[in-house]
Design a protein around this ligand. Structure first.
Ligand code: TRP
Length: 328
């Protein structure tokens, strides 16, 4: 890798990606590749803190990698790998855990949320989730971490651990990462209410066929005040209109805005245009995905190769960390 400045980001293997993942994260990942050396990680170990059905990890990993590659992550340029394939991360996690006050972990709102969500499974790994995340980032000496605002407390936490480690070892081995908020825009789901997500079942998968996309778009909730076709609509409160802004040309968006307000276009037609636009935008993605999915083994080869390259960086950092901590 060069000296362009290093980006690291991770995402849990959630399987097939949706429009929210695409607009909020993947698109940014792809763009960052031109300016930085990027490392993108599928965090399968983190997934184990919440997943009860372990058999999904593998298929979800493969499906997600497929979507990332089809969307434009370039394995020749960036490192794309699976967290557990670089065991050094668990070693760094253990070392960093000795520099982490337990009370800080249990005080984190993200931890408390998890306890509320899965009271039957408050495992040890769940408490250490942010420590493992810190290990992810610092193992590769990443300077920039593109993530959504929901991860802000974790990045601040990582910065604190880094400062403590560097201070106590009197060496500046680890780098304090900067967060780069990338989940703008916040994409709302087909229910028109909540953030698009798999668990809400309000998502539109990238890998759907054109026809399936049209079917799902048809179910989208629109402006609730517009009941009859002749009622004037309010595009500013309509999620179909919001999505038009991402997928349609600006003239078309203006026309829809105007025609909706004047009740010249109905929601059904508006949705039909939207699904066409989504399908047009995702055409080359879908073609590439189909190509790639013909050879599933190739995806694992790409991830393996990424892990090999990641391990080289990881081995260096671990040697420095151990030496700084007196573990020689
Ligand atoms: N916690 C992140 C999430 O749920 C995923 C993650 C794990 C991550 N390790 C990371 C993100 C390191 C950025 C950097 O979205």
């Amino acid at each position: 890798m060069s000296n362009k400045g290093r980006v690291f980001s991770g995402a849990r293997p959630t399987g097939r990606q949706h429009l929210g993942n695409y607009l909020g994260a993947i698109k940014n990942y792809v763009e960052l590749q031109t300016k930085y050396d990027c490392i993108y990680c599928i965090v399968d170990l983190h997934a184990m803190t919440t997943l009860e059905e372990l058999e999904y990890i593998k298929t979800n990993t493969a499906e997600m990698a497929l979507d990332w590659l089809a969307a434009g992550l370039e394995p020749e340029k960036s490192i794309l790998f699976t967290q557990s394939h670089v065991p050094e991360v668990t070693e760094l996690h253990t070392i960093l855990s000795m520099f982490t006050p337990l009370g800080k972990l249990t005080d984190l709102p993200t931890f408390k949320d998890k306890v509320r969500l899965q009271p039957q499974n408050v495992n040890y790994g769940l408490v250490g989730y942010p420590v493992l995340m810190t290990a992810d980032i610092t193992l590769y000496k990443a300077e920039i971490v593109p993530v959504g605002v929901d991860q802000q407390s974790h990045i601040e936490f990582a910065r604190e651990i880094v400062r403590t480690f560097n201070y106590r070892t009197k060496k500046q081995v680890l780098i304090e990462p900067q967060m780069k908020n990338t989940d703008f825009p916040k994409v709302i789901g087909t229910d028109g209410k909540k953030k698009m997500g798999k668990s809400e079942n309000n998502h539109i998968e990238l890998a759907l066929s054109d026809e399936e996309t049209t079917e799902v778009v048809k179910t989208m909730v629109t402006d609730p005040q517009r009941i009859r076709l002749k009622d004037p609509g309010n595009p500013e409160v309509c999620n179909v209109y919001t999505l038009h802004q991402y997928f349609s040309e600006s003239e078309q968006v203006q026309e829809i805005n105007h025609d909706c307000r004047k009740a010249k276009i109905g929601c059904v037609d508006c949705k039909l245009i939207l699904s066409q636009k989504i399908n047009e935008n995702l055409g080359s993605f879908r073609e590439k995905r189909n190509q790639l999915s013909k050879n599933p083994q190739h995806i694992w080869e790409i991830l393996d190769d990424g892990a090999k390259r990641a391990r080289k960086i990881a081995a260096n950092t671990i040697a420095e960390v151990k030496s700084a901590a007196g573990l020689t």
